[in-house]
Design a protein. Structure first.
Length: 249
């Protein structure tokens, strides 16, 4: 993926990593369209950041995904990058059946949302001379945080889906890049002030540097996420899981 000169659609670009990445990519010389559920938030962001475009979208609504994807392709026909950023992360207590509603919402948002978006964009992007689909998994796809079991599972699913997607699109103009964040200081799990999480601006600095230095990258792995990502291959899985299990108490 070239670092500039793209037209980029980012569902889930209204806060945290999504908004941060949207602003960095816009500053790097890209046209950026963000999407989210709250029209007032979209209006606020576009007002405060001239040049950022926006469109309302609830990625849990399959009909809306189809409708809005078509609108993006019509209004911004040069769109050549899709970043499937929207996601949720919530604590679940699996000792009670009450966790099921949270689990189902997490699967719909974190797995079906990105897959529906990719389905709506894959043929369109394959018609562009140079295109990218960027999926967003997590270091927790490699070693789970036990208090968020369904979140971990959805990110493992996204990792696996990205691998298959890349193979199937290998003969097209579409690259597939998997963004693999560690814990970052955002509101995703109320960790915006957590000293153990990576500062957002530091994460964005390193991510943008990696994107620029590695235009053909398959995965974007900042140094902090390698503690999780490489745990199995380095023989540290059980130790890392024990650390994350301790964080659950």
């Amino acid at each position: 993926m070239n670092i500039s000169g793209n037209t980029i659609f980012i569902p889930g670009g209204t806060s945290g990593l999504g908004l941060g990445l949207a602003l960095r990519l816009h500053a790097a010389g890209n046209t950026v369209i963000i999407a989210g559920r709250r029209a007032e938030l979209l209006e606020s962001i576009t007002r405060d950041h001239p040049g950022i475009e926006s469109i309302a979208l609830d990625t849990t609504d399959p009909a809306a995904v189809v409708r809005v994807s078509r609108e993006v392709q019509e209004r911004w026909p040069a769109t050549n990058v899709l970043i499937t950023m929207a996601g949720i992360m919530q604590v679940e207590d699996v000792t009670s059946a009450g966790f099921l509603a949270t689990a189902e919402a997490t699967v719909v948002t974190n797995v079906l949302g990105p897959i529906r978006l990719i389905a709506a964009f894959s043929e369109f992007l394959a018609g562009q001379p140079d295109a990218t689909i960027m999926t967003v998994s997590s270091g927790l796809a490699s070693v789970p945080l036990p208090i968020t079991p369904t979140y971990n599972a959805t990110k493992a699913a996204i990792h696996s889906f990205s691998e298959s997607l890349r193979v199937q699109l290998a003969d097209t103009t579409v690259r597939v890049i998997e963004l693999v964040p560690p814990a970052v200081q955002t509101t995703l799990m109320g960790q915006q002030d957590d000293p153990g999480a990576m500062p957002l601006e530091e994460y964005l600095d390193e991510t943008m540097a990696l994107l620029e230095a590695q235009p053909d990258a398959r995965e974007i792995l900042v140094e902090r996420v390698k503690y999780l990502r490489n745990a199995t291959v380095e023989g540290r899985y059980d130790d890392v899981l024990a650390v994350l299990s301790g964080a659950a108490h």
